[in-house]
Design a protein around this ligand. Structure first.
Ligand code: ADP
Length: 233
C-alpha cells in the first residue's frame, strides 16, 4: 500500500508552516528562531572570539563549534537532560553542514560558538536547527558566501514526501517501520549538498527524487530566510 494521503493532509511536496525570525536572543552576537510546524529551534551565536585552550587554536582559520540539544519538555515524555550520543552527532553534522559557507580564514585562532536549542520537537529538529543556525550566523554579521537551507525528505511506503512529522517518521506497514528519513542541507545559491543522512532504506530512484524534492523545498526556505534577514534593516 502506498502512502498517498498524508496524515495532516499536506501535498507530497508541501512543507509544514514555516516561520523564521532573527534577533530572538538579544544578548547573543546573532540569533534566530526557525519553525517547521510544531518543531521549533532557537540558535544563538557567540564570536568569533579567542579560542581557549590555546592548543585548540588553528593559526590558519577560525573554527565553528555547534552545540545542539533538545530541552527536557520539548517532547511529550520528558527528555533526560545533558549530553548524549544523538545530540553529539547532530552537533557535529550541523557544524559540517555550515562550514562550507563560512569565510573562516578571516578569523585565525578564534572560535564561533553556535548553541542550538530545540524548544519543541516533532521531527526534523536537526534541519530546523541548521536553518536557525545559518540565519543566526548571518545575523551575527559573520562573513558568509551563502546561506544554508535544510529539510528532511522521507520515503514512505513508496511515496516521496517532504518535511516529515514524527507521526510520519514512525509510519509502519504490516507492523514494520516503513518510513525512511533523509535529512539534507543545501548551500542556497550554489545548490551544493552540505548534509545528506539516511535513516532507513531507499531505492536509488527514490533517493534521486528525494534530493530533487529537497532542493526545491530549500529554495522556498531560502526565500523565508532572506525575508527574515530583510526584516532587520
Ligand atoms: P530529527 O529531529 O532531526 O528528525 P531524529 O530522527 O533523531 O532527528 O528524531 C526524530 C524525532 O524523534 C525528534 O524530532 C523528536 O520528535 C523525537 N525524539 C528524538 N529524541 C527523543 C527523545 N529522547 N525523547 C522523545 N522523543 C524524541
Amino acid at each position: 500500500m502506498a502512502y498517498t494521503k498524508r496524515f495532516d493532509g499536506r501535498k507530497a511536496d508541501q512543507m509544514r508552516e514555516v516561520e523564521a525570525k532573527v534577533g530572538v536572543v538579544p544578548r547573543a552576537d546573532g540569533s534566530a528562531m526557525f519553525k517547521f510546524g510544531d518543531t521549533i529551534a532557537i540558535a544563538a551565536v557567540y564570536g568569533p572570539r579567542h579560542l581557549h585552550p590555546q592548543f585548540l587554536q588553528d593559526p590558519q582559520q577560525g573554527i565553528i563549534r555547534c552545540s545542539y540539544d533538545m530541552i527536557s519538555f520539548s517532547v511529550t515524555e520528558r527528555k533526560r537532560p545533558g549530553p548524549a550520543r544523538r545530540s553529539q552527532e547532530i552537533s557535529d553534522v550541523t557544524a559540517r553542514s555550515l562550514e562550507p559557507v563560512l569565510l573562516l580564514s578571516q578569523f585565525p585562532n578564534t572560535v564561533i560558538d553556535v548553541f542550538i536549542n530545540i524548544v519543541q520537537a516533532d521531527a526534523g529538529t536537526r534541519c530546523a536547527g541548521i536553518n536557525a543556525a545559518s540565519l543566526a550566523l548571518a545575523h551575527a554579521g559573520i562573513p558568509m558566501t551563502d546561506l544554508v537551507g535544510a529539510i528532511s525528505v522521507g520515503s514512505l511506503g513508496g511515496s516521496v514526501v517532504v518535511d516529515l512529522t514524527k507521526e510520519e517518521e514512525d509510519y509502519e506497514e504490516d507492523g514494520e517501520k516503513a518510513a525512511t528519513d533523509i535529512p539534507m542541507a543545501f548551500t542556497l545559491r550554489d545548490k551544493k549538498i552540505s548534509l545528506l543522512q539516511l535513516d532507513g532504506k531507499v531505492k536509488p530512484e527514490d533517493l534521486k527524487k528525494a534530493i530533487e524534492a529537497g532542493r526545491k523545498a530549500s529554495e522556498a526556505i531560502y526565500e523565508i530566510q532572506k525575508e527574515a534577514l530583510r526584516g532587520l534593516k
